[in-house]
Design a protein around this ligand. Structure first.
Ligand code: SF4
Length: 328
């Protein structure tokens, strides 16, 4: 232990990360690695809870994910990055916790109910999908994490983890601390079509996109819907391109864009080009870092092995305590 508070978080490897993932979670992870003892994991078993039929992309997605993490600034010197399925103790703890978790706790999970409706094309009436909060609890308490960085909508997940840890401690003695939700500041990034940015909507700008891809995607972004012609004054406050300007462009350009748009002194085509340039410049150092690691696959392998080993040491120790507490 480093004396720092330990936090744990994971991501399902579903493909390249986009700006929504970057500003919604990853940027916080990067910030936190300086303040906490951070364990970050690739949740490949969790990827199976809803996508159990098509597993062909998981391996490639894991590679893309670690490259995205490194490009955003996660450093193996500052945090522990590991792969869930390499630490078999997660499966053992999941099994043991599943013995003590009442089914109604899982059935009332809001994400469970919501996803069953949202993803009606998939058969989610599986034991694994119902039980994924138990796996999540195992992931978290395995490392005796004191904190879990989450957005407000994920607080119920941390709550169920706390309940499961409490129940375990009640039956077998005090083994696990109850983790707290660390509410992180998040920016909601909308996609080119103004819906939530998401791979499945096909509206995402990826962290790894080239300047050309960015320019092309930005050119298709929806602007102020009332501004039909170049001569019409626009309203930047209802325009997604302007929201992007506020995130990526220098302040003087943001101010200028607002006044010029409102006075119809700038067209949307030029406005988008200017924003795309700054967005590409913002992502340039990330792309460079990604390329660096892409060209050195052995370095990436090494850091994953080192992260897995460190996680494994903690997991083995925890499971020894768990088995002793349960007398098995
Ligand atoms: S000029 Fe820029 S801010 Fe104004 S509506 Fe067009 S894209 Fe949006």
């Amino acid at each position: 232990m480093t004396g720092k508070k330990r936090v744990l978080s994971g991501m399902r490897p579903t493909g390249l990360l986009h700006l929504g993932n970057l500003h919604g979670a990853l940027a916080n992870w990067v910030e936190m690695q300086d303040q906490y003892d951070c364990f970050y994991f690739i949740a490949d078993w969790h990827a199976l809870t809803s996508d159990y039929e098509n597993t062909g992309h998981i391996s490639e997605n894991k590679r893309d994910m670690i490259l995205d993490w490194l490009s955003a600034g996660l450093s193996p010197d500052k945090c522990t990055m590991f792969v869930q399925s390499h630490i078999k103790e997660h499966a053992e703890l999941f099994l043991l916790l599943s013995m003590i978790t009442p089914v109604p706790w899982l059935e009332r999970n809001p994400t469970y109910k919501d996803q069953i409706v949202q993803l009606e094309s998939k058969d989610l009436s599986t034991f694994g999908f119902l039980g994924y909060p138990v796996l999540q609890a195992a992931d978290i308490i395995m490392y005796k994490a004191q904190g879990v960085p989450v957005g407000i909508d994920q607080v119920p997940h941390v709550e169920i983890t706390r309940e499961i840890a409490r129940r375990f401690n009640h039956f077998y003695g005090n083994v696990f601390p109850e983790p707290e939700a660390i509410l992180t500041k998040t920016f909601k990034v909308l996609g080119a079509d103004r819906r939530k940015m998401s791979k499945s909507y096909g509206n995402a700008i990826f962290m790894a996109d080239s300047p050309e891809e960015i320019t092309q995607k930005v050119s298709g972004m929806i602007t102020d819907p009332q501004r039909a012609r170049r001569a019409d004054p626009g309203d930047p406050d209802v325009c997604n391109v302007y929201d992007f300007h506020k995130m990526y462009s220098p302040q003087d350009l943001v101010d200028e864009t607002k006044s010029q748009c409102e006075a119809a002194q700038i067209g949307c085509v030029d406005c988008k080009k200017a924003m795309a340039k700054h967005l590409a410049a913002y992502l340039e150092p990330l792309r460079e870092k990604r390329e660096y690691y892409q060209n050195r696959p052995e370095l990436v392998d090494e850091l994953i092995v080192a992260g897995n080993e460190k996680a494994s040491r903690v997991a083995r120790q925890t499971m020894a305590e768990v088995r002793a507490a349960m007398g098995i």
